[in-house]
Design a protein around this ligand. Structure first.
Ligand SMILES: Cc1cc2nc3c(=O)[nH]c(=O)nc-3n(C[C@H](O)[C@H](O)[C@H](O)COP(=O)(O)O)c2cc1C
Length: 326
């Protein structure tokens, strides 16, 4: 995990977002490390043919991790082995942060923060299974809720299992995505363990990245929603870190060009099915790219219903004209 030796920028794993195409875009725009969206250990073990499309790793993407969720140490270890043999990721990550009922209801994701014994036994089993074949990391929240903040204890316990790095999203499960990420807690955890801690939550500007690099507690920052809206954040943050100069925001033309290119790649790759299925899968992405372009608010209802690439091209032309006029 050579990238842990210097302050690095990570694209967050995001279900339905951090597919191979978006990972490549973010790598080209300066992300040092990316990750697949999470896959369930049971999906890997029982429905590999259906699940494997989520963990395919393309050319030029590395380093890239695959994230796994589950609640059974032996099944998680077996699933991690299947993934390592199939796609040779640069690391396997255990999800201990997902708040959605479908996952916590089966004792996975953030639910593991309520059972530190189970979480450490899963981490230990996966580390033992993979040994020198592949490093293991964990992504977690600060705790289940405000009354049960457990990140300091969990980080210490996880370090003993042999995991190589931990990402902390500075919110509890109860907060979901509300409130502010608790960066004091993230930095405190980083001071307690020797393994690298990567901070996550509410990094929205290159200046946020610079602040954390200069404070020196975390080994890197992970960016999710801000990258979905504006993947140039990696490039601009990198420039700020290395030269002290902040490049301008991308132009409306650059944003629209990337949006169209991304959708063309998605249609071409067929990872979401035919063109109609792809357009449906891409609508949230299209809206995220368009957000902030002058005139985009007026076009949102149409963009939210766009059904074909030809229609998207027409809307993009209107958007560009209104951005130029504005
Ligand atoms: C659409 C979406 C999907 C997500 N899927 C995952 C996931 O599969 N695994 C995971 O660990 N976190 C997932 N997350 C959480 C993010 O990785 C990240 O922790 C969170 O968005 C906070 O970072 P941010 O403030 O930079 O967005 C997801 C978040 C979003 C918005």
């Amino acid at each position: 995990m050579y990238w842990l030796q210097s302050f690095s920028l990570y694209l967050a794993p995001m279900a339905g977002v951090s597919d191979a195409i978006f990972r490549r875009i973010c790598r080209e725009l300066g992300a040092d490390v990316t990750q697949s969206e999470f896959v369930s250990a049971e999906g890997v073990l029982q429905a590999w043919e259906r699940t494997k499309r989520y963990v395919q790793i393309g050319e030029g993407e590395r380093p890239v991790g695959v994230q796994l969720f589950g609640a059974n140490a032996e099944r998680m270890a077996r699933a991690a082995r299947v993934i390592v043999e199939a796609v040779r990721p640069d690391f396997v990550e255990i999800n201990a942060g997902c708040p959605v009922p479908k996952v916590v209801g089966r004792n996975g994701g953030a639910s593991l923060l309520r059972d530190v014994e189970l979480l450490t036994s899963i981490a230990g089993a996966v580390v033992q299974e993979l040994r020198d074949d592949c490093p293991v990391t964990v992504k977690m929240r600060t705790g289940w809720d405000a009354r049960s903040i457990c990140a300091p204890e969990v980080c210490r316990r996880l370090e003993e299992t042999g995991v190589r790095a931990i990402t902390i999203h500075g919110r509890t499960r109860a907060q979901q995505y509300g409130g502010a990420a608790d960066w004091d807690m993230i930095r405190h955890c980083a001071s307690l363990v020797r393994i690298p801690i990567i901070g996550n939550g509410d990094i929205t500007t290159p200046q946020d990245v610079l602040r954390e690099r200069d404070l020196g507690a975390v080994a890197g920052v992970m960016i999710g929603r801000a990258a979905m809206h504006n993947p140039w954040i990696f490039q601009r943050a990198k420039a700020l870190l290395t030269t002290g100069q902040l490049p301008p925001e991308p132009t409306a033309q650059e944003r629209i060009d990337l949006l169209l290119w991304h959708v063309r790649c998605a249609i071409g790759s067929a990872i979401y099915g035919d063109e109609a299925c792809t357009m449906r899968a891409m609508r949230a992405r299209i809206l995220a790219y368009a957000k902030g372009i002058p005139g985009s608010k007026r076009l949102r209802p149409a963009l939210a219903r766009v059904g074909s690439y030809a229609e998207l091209g027409e809307l993009a032309a209107i958007l560009l004209a209104s951005a130029d006029a504005g």
